[in-house]
Design a protein around this ligand. Structure first.
Ligand code: HEM
Ligand code: HEM
Ligand code: FES
Length: 573
């Protein structure tokens, strides 16, 4: 890419404060997540008996019962909750994607549920009941409503934390291993904790029934109960007041702002959104229902919300150090900014660079039974040229986005031509034509025609994709296509529910080799003579140059044709 990177201006005090606030919110969230994770591990170990649960609980609680842990946890809680309310106040619009809304709602609900747990545990442990703390709390919690409340509390806390962790990991382009660990941990730990809790609860209830534990353990003495309830009520009342105060402050700000003008954000096609000054361009998009990609949820970590400033540069504060760092990392040209970090003070016209699009259709279902059958099919391979260089220049999440658009383009073209996109490996796509239907010459001819048509359609759609990407990538995506046809074993391969149509055999290897040959012949498509013949296409009509290659299992060399891009375009339509 040739465009200059943005310089790194000094951050303004306000943006430095915002950065600090975001960091503090993440750190305090992480501190609480560490506590909750330890807590849940202890409950999960209840599966090995209540004695084990107690031992693990002692270990996991230990750091939090003496300073600095005993101060850190409540401080993190208070700070995180306040920063959560601050974020709620600062949002110019309450329109947000469902996951963000869920995280916020769960966060607001959480203290209401936690109040009973903390005050109950506190009261129960304030007197020596002659049993260990886990048994004591279990005996107390083991009522239908008590258990249900723990379930809900656990679910709410964990879901809130996991959504936060998910945004954090994705925004940093975490590797597949981390994402997999997050996915598994998100389900496995709370599930194991609930099972452990059920097990421990049942055994304590059993001991009470057998008279081995005093039934008085199952309830708090009246005075302690009253005190716990009063504390719980006070906590809930305070938090409810804080939420109301936040919404009231939002309302007040809105009333005051009515006296000020609105900032107008204009999008391609002349669409405009008017919003209160202080909001970000991403918020304007959400306010006006303008589709706008924001993979990290507006946290300034992924760069996918970037926009080109078409007009109104003078109404934009300079990028802070964090935004500049991200923009220079992706080598954004001057005039490109992150919509989630951009708070215009006057009218501005923007052009979102990554287009939000619907998901591609699922590959067509086919009636192929397991085990596969041999038949003649046409196989098409595509691969991106210079993908390593592109991958090195861009953050992983950007690559994911790019690949998704690319796969949508290729998959859509293949399906439109009547084929089935099969494997998406790295940036390589394999597609099968003629998998269903008979095995007669006319079926193979249809498959070959479809594959050629798909090549033309891919070329056409890629050009459209490139038009929207070129501004962003600085250069078009270039690909190679290989097509060959012949016998292959076709069937549904996979495991369990995850099965997809696939083809196996030399025909597939040859098709891939032809795709690789596009590099040597500097052309868009290399297609075997077998395919052109079956489709009734004369090589001369494609301005193709003919070559011969040797192929395993074939005495005669295989004739192949290198077809230039302009001729491939003519194959579509
Ligand atoms: C199945 C769910 C849960 C069970 C059975 C449970 C059980 C317990 C027990 C036995 C203790 C006493 C520990 C001790 O000092 O020996 C405790 C304390 C505590 N739990 Fe939970 N817990 C659950 C879920 C949660 C969740 C989701 C949170 C969320 C943050 C949480 C926060 C706390 C806190 C902050 C304390 C310390 C309270 C204090 O010392 O005043 N618990 N819990
Ligand atoms: C007092 C109740 C809580 C409230 C009101 C609250 C609110 C919030 C809010 C508003 C966000 C940020 C969403 C955004 O970026 O716009 C957030 C993030 C987060 N919260 Fe909480 N939260 C609470 C308790 C907790 C607890 C107990 C945990 C630990 C299990 C936790 C873990 C996290 C994490 C890990 C994040 C992501 C941090 C980041 O990406 O910056 N939160 N919370
Ligand atoms: S949404 Fe991720 S950087 Fe703006």
């Amino acid at each position: 890419m040739t465009s200059p990177s943005l310089p790194l201006p000094q951050g303004r005090p306000q943006s430095r404060r915002n950065r600090l606030v975001r960091r503090l919110r993440a750190i305090t969230g992480a501190i609480m997540l560490v506590f909750v994770t330890g807590h849940l591990i202890a409950h999960a170990s209840g599966l090995f008996g209540i004695g084990v649960a107690q031992k693990v609980l002692d270990v996991t609680m230990a750091p939090w019962t003496v300073p600095p842990g005993s101060l850190l946890l409540p401080a993190a809680f208070l700070l995180h909750a306040s920063l959560g309310l601050r974020a709620l106040y600062l949002r110019r619009s309450l329109r947000m994607p469902p996951t963000e809304a869920l995280q916020l709602a769960l966060g607001l609900l959480l203290p209401m549920l936690l109040a009973a747990h903390i005050t109950g545990v506190d009261a129960a442990l304030s007197v020596d009941a002659g049993v260990d703390s886990y048994t004591r709390i279990m005996a107390l919690l083991w009522t239908p409503t008590g258990a249900l409340r723990q379930f809900v509390l656990l679910g709410v806390v964990w879901l809130h934390g996991m959504i936060g962790l998910g945004f954090w990991l994705k925004g940093r382009g975490a590797g597949a291993g981390w994402i997999a660990a997050w996915r598994i941990g998100a389900w496995a730990l709370p599930l194991a904790a609930l099972l452990g809790f059920l097990d421990a609860g049942r055994s304590v209830a059993g001991l009470v029934k057998l008279g081995l534990l005093s039934p008085t353990l199952s309830a708090l003495p009246a005075d302690l109960h009253a005190r716990a309830q009063a504390n719980e009520f006070a906590m809930i009342a305070n938090w409810t007041f804080a939420i109301f105060a936040t919404f009231a402050a939002r309302g007040l700000r809105h009333l005051i702002s009515l006296r000020h003008g609105r900032v107008v954000v204009t999008y391609p096609g002349g669409r405009t959104v008017r919003m209160l000054p202080g909001g970000s361009v991403l918020e304007a998009s959400r306010l006006g229902n303008v589709p706008h990609v924001a993979v990290c949820g507006g946290r300034g970590r992924c760069s996918t919300c970037r926009v080109e400033i078409v007009r109104g540069l003078e109404n934009l504060p300079p990028a802070d150090a964090e935004e500049s760092a991200l923009l220079s990392r992706i080598r954004a040209p001057a005039g490109v900014r992150l919509a989630c970090r951009l708070h215009p003070t006057g009218p501005v016209t923007v052009h979102p660079l990554l287009k939000a699009q619907g998901r591609g259709r699922r590959p067509s279902e086919d009636p192929m039974v397991h085990g596969g059958r041999e038949k003649r099919v046409a196989i098409l391979f595509t691969d991106i040229r210079g993908s390593t260089a592109i991958a090195e220049q861009r953050p992983p999440y950007d690559i994911m986005f790019l690949l998704e658009r690319y796969f949508e383009t290729i998959g859509g073209a293949v399906e439109a031509a009547g084929g089935t996109p099969n494997a998406f490996v790295g940036d390589e796509v394999m597609a099968i034509f003629g998998a269903d239907g008979g095995d007669g010459p006319e079926d193979f001819a249809a498959a070959a025609t479809q594959a050629l048509h798909a090549a033309g359609e891919i070329a056409r759609r890629l050009e459209v994709l490139n038009r929207s990407l070129v501004r962003d990538l600085g250069q078009p995506l270039r690909i190679g296509i290989g097509i060959h046809g012949g016998p292959a074993v076709v069937g549904r391969l996979g495991y369990g529910e995850t099965r997809m149509l696939t083809a196996v055999g030399d025909t597939v290897h040859v098709a891939r080799r032809l795709e690789e040959l596009t590099k040597a012949h500097a052309c868009l498509l290399v297609v075997s003579d077998d395919i052109l013949q079956a489709a009734g296409r004369a090589p001369a009509t494609l301005d193709a140059s003919c070559h011969e290659i040797t192929v395993r299992g074939r005495v005669e060399p295989l004739a192949v044709h290198a077809v230039p891009a302009e001729a491939v375009h003519r194959l579509g339509g």
